[in-house]
Design a protein around this ligand. Structure first.
Ligand code: PRP
Length: 181
């Protein structure tokens, strides 16, 4: 069972639900009269994206990108590759980039550059979680669900080795799972 690999629950389903509702309400207020385009950076953000869009009381459109750091491992290499690009033009649109976690900032630093060149009207970043102490690029989130410590977290979209994304809460993974003897 996947639950046995979790050392501690960091945010329960209920806490996630209520914080995501608040973020949605804030976006609804800030974008009143506009139709933002929410861009989900897959794969980690898929669950947050689904809940966030339903917490926004405006007409929104959605699009998806698959981005991945070159190389394997738990530390971002700094180089980013677009594996799947957006389906539609973003020119003149009010973009909200939706991320599950902001860590070194490498992914968004690169992505912001690519997207800015396509001339959207505005770009903001909405991340569920932020690890500011890990930052190596000058990226800040406009909307942030939780500022978290530098722990190995999984669930609510976040994986380890492709697994645990379907945990309904965010939890800290037991070190024994990723530290092989
Ligand atoms: C995670 C997360 C961000 C990125 C953040 O994706 O979804 O895209 O890392 O890290 P950074 O700030 O150091 O760039 P990951 O590469 O784990 O892929 P996934 O979304 O498919 O799980």
């Amino acid at each position: 069972m996947m639950h046995k690999d979790v050392e501690k629950i960091l945010y329960t389903e209920e806490e996630l639900r209520s914080r995501v509702k608040e973020l949605g309400a804030q976006i609804t207020t800030d974008y009143a009269g506009r139709e933002p385009l929410l861009v989900s950076v897959l794969r980690g953000s898929y669950i947050f994206m689904a809940d966030l869009t339903r917490a926004i009381g405006l007409n929104v459109t959605v699009d998806f990108m698959v981005v991945s750091s070159y190389g394997a491992g738990t530390v971002s290499s700094g180089q980013v590759e677009i594996k799947k690009d957006l389906s539609d033009s973003i020119e003149g649109r009010d973009l909200i980039i939706v991320e599950d976690i902001l860590d070194s900032g490498n992914t968004l630093y690169y992505l912001m550059e690519v997207l800015r060149a396509r001339k959207p009207a505005s770009i903001r970043i909405c991340t569920l979680m932020d690890k500011p102490e890990r930052r190596s690029q000058p990226i800040t989130a406009d909307y942030c669900g939780f500022t978290i410590p530098d722990a190995f977290i999984v669930g609510y979209g976040l994986d380890y080795d492709g697994k645990y994304r379907n945990l309904p809460y965010v939890g800290i993974l037991k070190p024994s799972v990723y530290k092989k003897p």
